[in-house]
Design a protein around this ligand. Structure first.
Ligand code: NAD
Ligand code: USQ
Length: 400
């Protein structure tokens, strides 16, 4: 298949591009390298020393003989380039990772809030318009997030995108409907993924685009079989307070002797998936497109759920790192239950890797190997969700 990977220089996009190329697909990456620019602006670098895109592509060719093409442009701004690429390539599938993906960065201040909305919603809408007019047969596979549901099952498993509701009509007769699961985003970033959902619903209905939206949990791990093939292929690994996600942060913290930074009680339950399963799920999703005219296919891309404190205890038990309960900069429920259905991926054959597997050791070893690259000043999470959260952080740091 001909596949475009938008955001293919990123943490999920790069190993996915390699996985698809290795499986024999004709892969073109589109990326504006904005994540590398944001890192430079924040003064942080990936724990792992990532090569330039040109070096990455050359290394992949050297090692496997496969060619990956690369186009550097902004999908939220360079509409003409996007339309031309789709018109000239007519890809079988487009995998859309190209969004600003950190909740803390999206809450950092006015500029970051506006950037996140403009970039994510603008980019997704440009893509839908370009597909509609220049490549309507293409299957769009988008990376959404569990956060659109708002992490609360309310006594039942979170279904895959749609909720069955019973209502009474004006004559008092019972009627059943299936609606998009009501969204309850917890950050500006998560809100953009909720807005994306509406754009998808409209273009699937109005223009019969084939769209799959993957509501993915927090991705942990770094390497895949392909990124391990050569040091120049190594995947990025974020540990800082803006972009580092919880488990990867705990693993780096343990490697540099920093306490594990549990926000609040750590009673927040979240969904997790290993990066090796992310790439497998995307391939499975590409192979099972919805039919033209069908509603958006929504799949929950998760392996398991766990509380933050249980995650910290797991890492502490492997590494001996101390646990520190820090003021939570986020406005989020202190505790929640979360049960999620991942029935479709299971039916497609996914047997997910779980957290107690040896892959945790692999990431611990990698964190220790690159511990000298860690800037301790970048570990604290400083983006407060609102004034109350900021006050709480200020008071706790004064008291300390
Ligand atoms: P990332 O920041 O590492 O990668 C995103 C890539 O997209 C970057 O290389 C960036 O330069 C590029 N990009 C951003 N805006 C662009 C634009 N307008 N034009 C062209 N390129 C652009 O993020 P990631 O962790 O790989 O996440 C990829 C996708 O998966 C995101 O949409 C994210 O919301 C979703 N996701 C990630 C996780 C996770 O834990 N990392 C979990 C669930 C969902
Ligand atoms: N947390 C801590 N300590 C830390 C960092 C985070 O306790 O040092 C807590 C947070 O308060 C939160 C939970 O861990 O309760 C998860 O935070 P996170 O940064 O790991 O994940 P999140 O902000 O939700 O975002 C990440 C990705 C995002 C993706 C999302 C999937 O950055 O792109 O959409 O995970 S999900 O969480 O399922 O919505």
């Amino acid at each position: 298949m001909k596949i475009l990977v938008l955001g293919g220089d990123g943490f999920c996009g790069w190993p996915t591009a390699l996985h698809l190329s290795s499986a024999g697909h004709d892969v073109t990456i589109v990326d504006n390298l904005s994540r590398r620019e944001i890192d430079a602006r924040l003064g942080v670098q990936s724990l792992t020393p990532i090569a330039t895109m040109q070096e990455r592509i050359k290394a992949w060719h050297d090692v496997t003989g496969h060619t990956i093409r690369f186009a550097q442009f902004n999908i939220a701004r360079d509409n003409e380039k996007l339309c031309d690429l789709l018109a000239n390539t007519k890809p079988d599938a487009v995998v859309h990772f190209a969004e600003q993906r950190a909740a803390p960065y999206s809450m950092r201040g006015p500029a970051e809030k506006c950037y996140t909305v403009d970039n994510n919603v603008g980019g997704t809408h440009n893509l839908l318009v370009a597909l509609t007019h220049y490549s309507p047969e293409t299957h769009l596979v988008h990376l959404g997030t569990m956060g659109v549901y708002g992490y609360s099952g309310a006594g039942f498993s979170i279904p895959e995108g749609y909720l069955e509701v019973d209502v009474r009509d004006d004559a008092g007769q019972p009627q059943s409907r299936e609606i998009l699961f009501p969204t309850k985003p917890g950050s500006v970033y998560h809100m953009t993924k909720s807005l994306d959902q509406l754009l998808f619903q409209f273009y699937a209905q109005n223009d019969q685009l084939k769209i799959t939206d993957l509501h993915q949990g927090i991705v942990w791990g770094t390497q895949t079989d392909h990124t391990e093939m050569d040091p120049r292929l190594v995947n990025r690994f974020d540990y800082d307070g803006e972009y580092g996600t919880v488990l990867n942060r705990f693993l780096v913290e343990s490697a540099v002797g920093h306490p594990l930074t549990v926000h609040g009680t750590g009673g927040q339950t979240r969904a997790f998936i290993n990066i090796r399963d992310t790439v497998r799920c995307i391939e499975l999703a590409i192979k099972a497109p919805p039919k033209q005219g069908e509603r958006v296919k929504i799949l929950n891309q998760v392996a398991e759920t766990l509380t933050v404190i249980d995650l910290a205890k797991l890492v502490a038990s492997r590494t001996g790192a101390p646990i520190q309960h820090v003021a939570n900069p986020r406005a989020e429920a202190t505790e929640n239950e979360l049960v999620v259905s991942n029935a479709t991926f299971q039916a497609l054959g996914l047997d997910p890797l779980l957290l107690d597997s040896s892959l945790l050791e692999e990431t611990i070893v990698l964190s220790q190997k690159h511990r000298n690259r860690v800037d301790l000043s970048m570990i604290p999470a400083r983006s407060a969700w609102n004034r109350d959260r900021q006050q709480d952080i200020d008071e706790k740091s004064l008291a300390a």
